[in-house]
Design a protein around this ligand. Sequence first.
Ligand SMILES: N[C@@H](CCC(=O)N[C@@H](CS)C(=O)NCC(=O)O)C(=O)O
Length: 211
Amino acid sequence: MTIELYVFPPSPRAFKVMAVANHLGLDSTLRFIDLRKGDQKTSQYAALNPNMRMPALKDGDYVLWESNAIGQYLATKKPESGLMPRDDLARIDVTRWQFWDMAHWDPACAVFAFEYVAKPLLGGGEPDMVAIAKGTEAFHRAAKVLDGQLAGKTYVTGDSLTLADFSLGAAMNLAESAHYPIEPYGEIKRWFKTLSALPAWQKTLAARSAF
Ligand SMILES: N[C@@H](CCC(=O)N[C@@H](CS)C(=O)NCC(=O)O)C(=O)O
C-alpha cells in the first residue's frame, strides 16, 4: 500500500517530507494541496488535519500531521537508514534539532519565505519591511547557532545524515529567492551544498519545480 503525502510542493515543509520519502525509497503518492486555491480549508482535508495546513500523511487508516513528525514516521519504515539513530542519545540529539527547527529556525526563515515568495505567489502585495527587520534579527540569532553547530561536522549532528538535516535544510532551498541574510554563515552554505547534491534532494527539487 502506498503512503499518501498531502503537500504543496513549493513549501519547505512539504519538501522535507517528500525528500525523506525519496531518500528512503518509499512508495509514496503525492496528493496536491493547492494553498492558492484554499484546498487546505476544505472539510475533506480538515478531517485529516484540523489545523488546515499541509503537510499531512495517510498510511491506510493512519493519519499524521506536522512535517517533522511525518519525517519520523517515514524513518521508522527504514530504520537501517540511520535517519533516526537507534542509539538513545544520538536519537535525542536529532529530535532536539527538530524541536529547535520548529521553535527557532523554521519561524525565522518563514518570515522571509512569506514576505518574498509566498506573498507574490498568493497575490498578497509588497513585502512588509517591518516584518523583515524583525525577521532579520531572529534569523541572525538562529543562524549563528546553526553555523556554530556545523563547524567541524559534515551534517547537523555529526558525520551521518539524519532527519535533522532534512528538517533544517529544507528551508535553505528558498535562501536565494527569499533573500535570507545568509552571507556570513559559511558553514551553513557548505552544509547546504552537500545536502543539495543528494540524489533525493535533486529528485525532490525536480518534482517541486513541476508546480
Ligand atoms: N508546523 C507545521 C506548519 C505547517 C504550515 O504552517 N503549513 C503552511 C504552509 S508552509 C500551510 O499549510 N498554510 C496554509 C494556511 O495557513 O492556510 C509543519 O511543520 O507541518
